[in-house]
Design a protein around this ligand. Structure first.
Ligand code: C2E
Ligand code: MG
Ligand code: MG
Length: 692
């Protein structure tokens, strides 16, 4: 229902008072009018009765005077009668209507008006004139003596003074009524204001405060409905306050560690920037990222991972002052804000303390864990003007610290941004590399270390960048892995490899027994085995023709899924090879847990052969272990005869390296296979290289 607009503008108090005023004034006016009317009726009745008394008196006394023709006495009677209040005339008429005695009070304005209207003072005419006037009461009384009518006495009574009295009463009553109504209205309004308007106004004002997000309660003064409304409002305001506090906590604090979150951190940085600008001071930000946090999560479980995050937050907090801020930005990232840092030396000292405290060994769920971290440091105003800029630069410096080696802290420098821009440009270029045909496969042959026979080749990706020239996969594969582009690229490599192998076979080139394809940890997810089977079926490639090179980092991921995926690949029948063995987080338990067919010794160990005793020891140990586990071994990066001789002498199965063959383009490798088929490959030169 719509409320008329005019009504809306009136306040509750005005509406209430108008209503009360109308009701009071109405009822009291009706009451007063009724009593006025009754009293007027009563007085009129009294007037008539007085007239009757006079009339009866004159009728009694006048026969004697009439019979005695004593007109003087009659005149005296009529004069006496007329002298009575409200009597305007008294007339004694003969039976025929002739006036015997008349006394008319012509001072009465009504009578005077009638006399004027009649134009003469003739009593008979005057009586006729007056007779019909509503303001006059005419009473007639017969004058009888011994049942003989001697005449009539007519008396005229004026209602004038009666009316005047009524008007006076009315005026008085109206004034009294107005005063009473006003007084009552004022009294009711004051009571209404104190008991209704005031509580409502405080409720309105408190609601506005709550609406603005401020906490406000109202005083409960009564037990009535308004009191109940006030207490309901207070309960609601309290609920809103708790809810707001909860929202504030959720929006500004990290639920796991209880530390300020990114939003709050940004807010604190902004505040610190304003203060530092006013006081021309410097401050420092430390962007901390835990190293290999994922592997803690994967190998020890998420509960231990959470425990580590909480412990890290507490450790960092413990070495800082109250004025400093520690925030968790998300995942394994923390931010430390230290106001009033005077110079880089001081910042460096704080960073060292942070690294030390985080990497202190600790017991988490009964397990000894040593966490490491990388820290990027920025100073205000040296490394940025805004919170966002400082944060981005600190993040960038942290990224560089991580790339440079674990457990280190480095200051941001301008050329880091250049590197970052470079990286972003490369990321964009890589997006189009496939479409623009800038990617190509190269093949590096792998040989039997003892016989020197060609056994297969490793598929190596090449990117021919229009400006940068040939970009090494060591540079762009990690980038493609970080951005996820490797999934598409890896799939393309897999398909091209299958296509080429099948093509060579159809052309009768049987020299290459297998192709070893590098598979990234990002590619290596559920359904990879299904995709591989589909490609193998499409290109008619048998399982023994494919060897998948997987680096140890894959094994760090979710063990259950990796084990399932490896089993699926095993079911497909392809050969599984553990690439770059010894460089990552090699754990012998991985070899036991995940079954591989081939193990590739990283070239960093091969390069020290046969002179470096540690490398000699290590390679011998790897070979012995591989024999025990029934694994074939490929040595990568064989560059010299001595290396090859040592490896074949120690029972290494295969060798791959620049000494034997460089990675070559698809055309070059095809020609290479053709020469193999032609039997020319076992040329003296190659054979002598392989066998020494
Ligand atoms: P990797 O799998 O260990 O490949 C062997 C790397 O050693 C290749 O480098 C190869 O050219 C190089 N190499 C071979 N023999 C010698 C030698 O005698 N001396 C020296 N110094 N190096 C030798 P490349 O082609 O630059 O590849 C680097 C890495 O990039 C590869 O290491 C592999 O991890 C990755 N990669 C290459 N292609 C692919 C690919 O298609 N997919 C994935 N996921 N990774 C790839
Ligand atoms: Mg490889
Ligand atoms: Mg390798």
């Amino acid at each position: 229902m719509r409320v008329p607009e005019g009504m809306l503008r009136l306040g509750l108090g005005t509406k209430f008072i108008l209503t009360v005023l109308t009701i009071l004034a109405g009822t009291m006016a009706v009451n007063n009018l009724y009593s006025l009317y009754s009293s007027a009726r009563f007085h009129e009745k009294q007037l008539v009765e007085r007239g009757h008394a006079l009339g009866r008196l004159i009728s009694l006394v006048s026969p004697e005077a009439i019979l005695g023709f004593d007109f003087l006495l009659l005149n005296e009677y009529t004069r006496q009668v007329s002298a009575q209040p409200d009597v305007v005339y008294g007339v004694i008429l003969s039976p025929k209507g002739a006036p015997l005695s008349a006394y008319i009070d012509d001072s009465d304005p009504l009578v005077r008006a009638r006399i004027n209207a009649a134009g003469s003072s003739d009593v008979t005419r005057l009586l006729r004139e007056i007779d019909a006037h509503p303001e006059l009461i005419q009473l007639a009384f017969p004058i009888v003596h011994n049942n003989v009518e001697l005449g009539r006495f007519v008396v005229g009574l004026s209602k004038h003074s009666l009316r005047a009295e009524s008007r006076r009463q009315l005026a008085l009553q109206l004034v009294a009524l107005a005063l009473v109504v006003l007084f009552l209205c004022a009294a009711i309004y004051l009571v209404f204001r104190a008991n209704v308007l005031f509580p409502i106004k405080s409720l309105i004002s408190a609601s506005r405060h709550v609406g603005r997000g401020e906490h406000a309660l109202v005083e409960i003064k009564s037990n009535d409905e308004l009191g109940q409304l006030a207490s309901a409002f207070n309960a609601m305001a309290e609920e809103v306050r708790l809810e707001q506090a909860k929202l504030h906590r959720q929006a500004n604090f990290d639920t796991l560690t209880g530390l300020p979150n990114r939003l709050m951190a940004m807010d604190r940085i902004n505040q610190t920037i304003s203060r530092a600008r006013r006081t021309s001071q410097r401050f420092a930000l430390f962007f901390i990222d835990l190293d290999n946090f994922k592997s803690v999560n994967d190998s020890l479980g998420h509960a231990v991972g959470d425990e580590l995050l909480v412990a890290t937050g507490a450790r960092v907090q413990a070495i800082l002052r109250d004025a400093d801020t520690v925030a968790r930005l998300g995942g394994d990232e923390f931010l430390v804000l230290v106001p009033d840092v005077i110079n880089e030396l001081q910042a460096e000292e704080i960073a060292e303390r942070l690294v030390r405290s985080i990497s202190e060994p600790q017991l988490l769920s009964g397990r000894k864990v040593v966490a490491r971290c990388s820290i990027g440091i920025v100073l205000f105003p040296d490394n940025g003007d805004t919170a966002a800029e400082l944060m981005a630069n600190a993040d960038n410096a942290m990224y560089q610290a991580k790339a440079g080696g674990h457990g280190s802290a480095i200051f941001f420098t301008e050329d880091m941004n250049t590197r970052l821009r470079d990286r972003m440009q490369m990321e964009q270029d890589l997006n189009q590399a496939l479409e623009l045909g800038q990617l190509a496969l190269h093949f590096q042959p792998i040989f039997d270390a003892v016989t020197g026979c060609h056994r297969g080749a490793e598929v190596l990706l090449r990117w021919q960048h229009p400006e940068r020239g040939s970009v090494s996969p060591a540079d762009f594969i990690p980038l493609a892995e970080a951005t996820g582009q490797i999934v598409g690229i890896g799939d393309w490599v897999l398909e091209q490899a299958c296509r080429n192998w099948s093509h060579w076979r159809q052309s009768g080139l049987v020299g290459a027994e297998f192709l070893a394809i590098n598979i990234s940890r990002v590619q290596f997810r559920k359904r990879f085995a299904r995709r591989l089977s589909a490609l193998m079926a499409q290109y008619n490639v048998p399982p023994h023709a494919l060897e998948l090179e997987i680096t140890e980092s894959v094994l760090l991921d979710d063990h259950q899924n990796v084990a399932e995926e490896l089993n699926s690949l095993r079911a497909v029948g392809v050969t599984l090879s553990l690439d770059d063995f010894g460089t990552g987080y090699s754990s012998l338990s991985y070899l036991k847990r995940f079954r591989f067919d081939v193990l590739k010794i990283d070239r960093s160990f091969v390069s020290g052969l046969p002179d470096k005793p540690e490398d000699v020891l290590l390679v011998k140990a790897i070979l012995a272990m591989a024999k025990g586990l029934d694994l074939r071994v490929v040595a990568e990066g064989v560059e010299s005869h001595d290396q090859l001789l040592f490896l074949s002498g120690q029972g290494c199965d295969y060798a791959q390296g620049y000494l034997l063959a460089m990675p070559m383009s698809v055309e070059a490798y095809r020609m290479y296979l053709e020469t193999l088929v032609a039997g020319a490959v076992r040329s003296a030169s190659l054979r002598s290289r392989v066998t020494g």
